[in-house]
Structure formats: structure tokens, C-alpha cells
Design a protein around this ligand. Structure first.
Ligand SMILES: C[S@@+](CC[C@H](N)C(=O)[O-])C[C@H]1O[C@@H](n2cnc3c(N)ncnc32)[C@H](O)[C@@H]1O
Length: 449
């Protein structure tokens, strides 16, 4: 589909880029670059049905290629579709296993799920999204990828300031922007673009950056990224932050083939801005992006957790242990948390979260029903086959039937325990409730196809 670039857009970029602007306009009319990531949180994670022949040089889990949202690799969280430029944002954030990380604009979750996959289920990741519908999508993507160290919140960045103060080691602001770098991926988005819209976005981004500064511990890193070319939303906002907060400074990030320096001449001429990174689709094999990493001066403060009560009732452990004894090969010691009738393996028991709108705190293990415990899909997506007493491997017709919402009859009438893991192509994707030679369908209605 042709992208209809407005005269204002063309004039603006002819002024900034000179003759090169024509190459950029031409690149915007080409197909966008498809890519995907593997998920190292899964066992045997390279076992996917997609070709791994075209690796992305700066990511050890990223590959060029397209994936199918109905494939088992996708449904079981072994792959995540993400275009190549966006992958580099997580690389420059450089998540480490015991970090406390805040992603302030996280939905639908491409960067956050990459961050979590680098933290190996350790530390704490808070994935926040201000828009409630988008926050739900974020939460389901986190569930699909089997992530357990993440609290998903649905708040404005400002809501965190009083509660958390300078709590976080690393913060990602992947800001809502005018989206110029995504025009060819989403040609409809060009309709919203105007010179005024760029200004509005830049203004909103400053508010988010201001919160991010306040939430960052001394010595911590802030990564700012947009998928737009406009200097107002990029270099100008970084200059604004550096002027307002002199204890912040830009640091160099490695630039691979086709990645370019930031443009000081599009702003106040400060040569530091060259440390930022730009990707233009006429030079780089990906969509348009801007990103940079800033560090806050000083020695990190020690942050102590202020633990809340886990909310478990007396009989909860009894019901849960009964379930575990019958269906699992053991149980590791985790932070339990009961919220209404649901049991979580909490990512955090810190009372700083009190009053925030939390969609998910860690891993939802299941629900207490009358005198019993029933496991949740989120849990199976985070378990390994070796942790379950019984895993039943479906063939293709059985898999399709189950995915469609039907039960599956086992002619050989095996003698299984009640809750079994279901796998297809060696990937766990659902619980099954076994009774009387049948695997009863418990695949969530919203996921059926
Ligand atoms: C570029 S998208 C984030 C994409 C996401 N990081 C990913 O990789 O999948 C920006 C997000 O910021 C959210 N947003 C919009 N206004 C906001 C505001 N004032 N503060 C924080 N986030 C906002 C949008 O709803 C949107 O989900």
C-alpha cells in the first residue's frame, strides 16, 4: 500500500536532509522489515519451526523473517514478532538479572518481553501502560512468554513518583510519538500526522521523561526511544532533559552498520547529542527509530523492600499442596500472594505498589474454588515439562481439536492424574483436565481458534 506523505512532511525533511530526503521517501514506500525473537525463558528454546538462517547481528535471539500468529511456536511463547530496529532498544538498556527495571510505556510488550527474557526470571520488572485496553494486551503477551518476574500496571507515569521515588536501576521510556518511522508498517497512521501533532507528542514526552528522571536511582540508566524522525521529539527533548537535570548525561552506544549518530545541528549544536542513535530505513535494514542511553550521576542508594502480607488463608496451603502433590514433581519456594481468590507467585511484595492499578503481579498460578485449587494457563506457560507428573503430547489433529475448544478422547484409556500438561511439537501450551479417558478442554475461550 502506498504511503501518502503530506507536503508539510516532505518540505520538513527536504529542509533537514537535503537531497537525501528523496531516498527516505522512497524507502518509506518499500515493504517493512519483518523479524522475530526467540524466548530463552523456554526450555529447548531454539527448537522452532522457523528458519534461523538470518540472524540479526546485535541480538543473539533475533532473526529476520515472518511468523504466523496461529503457530504453536507463537501460541506457546517460543517466538515474538518484533521488527529489527526496535530490538536494539532493549540491547542498549542492557538488562541484568538482578536489576529493578521500569518500562513506563510498555504495551503491547515487544520491548518489555525482550527485557524480561534477558533477566532470566530474576530481579524486578515493572511494565506499565497508561491505556487500559492496551495494558490488557500487554498482560496477555507477558503471560504467553512465560514471564514471572514482572508486575504489570495500568497507570500514568506520574502515579509512580510519590510511591517509588528514585527506586529503579534502569528505566525505559519508549515514548508515544508521531510514528513517522512506522508509516510503511502502518500506512493508515500517516493520517494523524501534522506539524502540530509532532509538537503535542514532544510536549507529552517531556512529561514522561520528567517522571522517569524522578524515578531513577543515582547511577541508574534511562533509555529513551521513539519510532519517529522529528528532532522535536528526539534531540530537542534530550537537550531539554540535559538542561533541566545537569546530573544526567548521555553515554555512547555501539553503532552497527547503517546506524547513525544523533544530529546536534538539528537542535542546539551540543556535540554530546551525537551519542544518540538514529536508524533511517534508507540506510538501515529496519524501521525508523531514535534511541539513546542517559546515566544519572552519583552513587546508587540502597533500596529496601517494604514487604506486605501475602494474604494467604490458613487452608490455602493445604489445597495448593494437595494440587502440587498430585500433579507436580516438587515445588520451589517462592513468594506466594493471594489476591481475592487467585494465587500468584509474586514478582514483588513491596507495599510501594499499594494504590496502583495492578493487572498482574508475577505469575498467576490459579484460583481457589470451593475446597480445591485450579491452575491457570499463565502457570503452564512458565513451567517446564520436567516439573509436571504428566505431559501428554498431541498429534496435529488432536492439537487442532483442542485449540478449537473441543475435548480429546484417548482410546487407550491411560491412567493419568487429574491435571496434565498438554504439548504439541514438544511445547507446553495448556493444561488439560483428565477424567474418564478424556482430556476435558480448559483452554481459555479468548485464546481458542
Ligand atoms: C510506542 S508505544 C510503546 C510500545 C512498547 N514499548 C512496545 O515495545 O511494544 C507507546 C505507548 O505509550 C502509551 N502512552 C500514551 N500516552 C502516554 C502518557 N501520557 N504516558 C505514558 N504512556 C503513554 C501508549 O498508550 C503506547 O502504548
Amino acid at each position: 500500500m502506498k504511503v501518502n506523505l503530506s507536503d508539510d512532511f516532505k518540505t520538513k525533511y527536504r529542509n533537514l536532509l537535503g537531497k537525501r530526503a528523496e531516498d527516505l521517501f522512497e524507502a518509506i514506500q518499500q515493504d517493512s522489515q519483518e523479524a522475530f525473537r526467540l524466548n530463552p525463558l523456554k526450555p529447548d528454546y531454539q527448537n522452532v519451526s522457523y528458519s534461523l538462517d538470518k540472524p540479526i547481528e546485535y541480538s543473539n535471539i533475533g532473526y529476520f523473517g515472518d511468523i504466523d500468529g496461529n503457530s504453536i511456536d507463537h501460541l506457546s511463547g517460543y517466538v515474538y514478532s518484533q521488527e529489527p530496529s526496535a530490538m536494539y532498544v532493549t540491547e542498549i538498556l542492557d538488562p541484568k538479572e538482578n536489576d529493578k527495571i521500569l518500562d513506563l510505556c510498555a504495551a503491547p510488550g515487544s520491548k518489555t518481553t525482550y527485557v524480561a527474557s534477558k533477566m532470566a526470571s530474576q530481579g524486578l520488572l515493572v511494565s506499565n501502560e497508561i491505556n487500559d485496553k492496551r495494558a490488557k494486551v500487554l498482560s496477555s503477551n507477558i503471560e504467553r512468554m512465560g514471564i514471572s518476574n514482572t508486575v504489570v500496571t495500568n497507570n500514568s507515569p506520574k502515579d509512580f513518583e510519590k510511591k517509588f521515588g528514585d527506586f529503579f536501576d534502569k528505566i525505559l521510556v519508549d515514548a508515544p510519538c508521531s510514528g513517522e518511522g512506522m508509516f510503511r508498517k502502518d500506512p493508515e497512521s500517516v493520517k494523524y500526522w501534522s506539524l502540530d501533532y509532532v509538537e503535542q507528542c514532544a510536549n507529552r514526552q517531556r512529561h514522561i521523561l520528567d517522571s522517569a528522571y524522578k524515578l531513577l536511582n543515582a547511577g541508574g540508566s534511562l533509555v529513551y526511544s521513539t519510532c519517529t524522525f522529528s528532532p522535536e521529539e528526539n534531540e530537542e527533548n534530550i537537550s531539554w532533559l540535559l538542561d533541566k537535570y545537569p546530573d544526567m548525561h548521555l553515554v555512547d552506544v555501539k553503532k552497527y552498520h547503517g546506524m547513525e549518530d544523533g544530529h546536534p545541528e538539528w537542535d542546539n549544536g551540543n556535540p554530546e547529542l551525537k551519542k544518540a542513535l538514529r536508524m533511517f530505513p534508507d540506510q538501515f535494514n529496519g524501521e525508523g527509530h531514535f534511541m539513546c542511553r542517559l546515566v544519572k550521576d552519583g552513587e546508587p542508594k540502597t533500596i529496601k523492600e517494604r514487604a506486605i502480607n501475602d494474604g494467604l488463608k490458613k487452608e490455602d496451603r493445604q489445597f495448593f499442596n494437595k494440587f502440587a502433590k498430585a500433579n507436580l514433581n516438587g515445588l520451589s519456594d517462592v513468594n506466594w500472594l493471594r489476591i481475592s481468590d487467585f494465587l500468584y507467585q509474586a514478582a514483588s511484595l513491596d507495599n510501594r505498589f499499594k494504590g496502583l492499578h495492578i493487572l498482574r503481579n508475577g505469575l498467576k498460578l490459579g484460583e481457589f474454588k470451593k475446597n480445591r485449587f485450579e491452575p491457570d494457563i499463565a502457570w503452564i506457560l512458565a513451567l517446564k515439562p520436567s516439573e509436571l507428573k504428566t505431559v501428554y503430547h498431541f498429534d496435529e489433529p488432536q492439537f487442532k481439536k483442542y485449540l478449537h475448544g473441543e475435548s480429546v478422547i484417548l482410546e487407550d484409556r491411560p491412567n493419568f492424574n487429574k491435571w496434565i500438561g498438554l504439548s504439541y511439537q514438544n511445547k507446553l501450551f495448556s493444561w488439560g483436565r483428565f477424567s474418564n479417558a478424556q482430556i476435558k478442554n480448559v483452554y481459555p475461550k479468548g485464546l481458542r481458534r
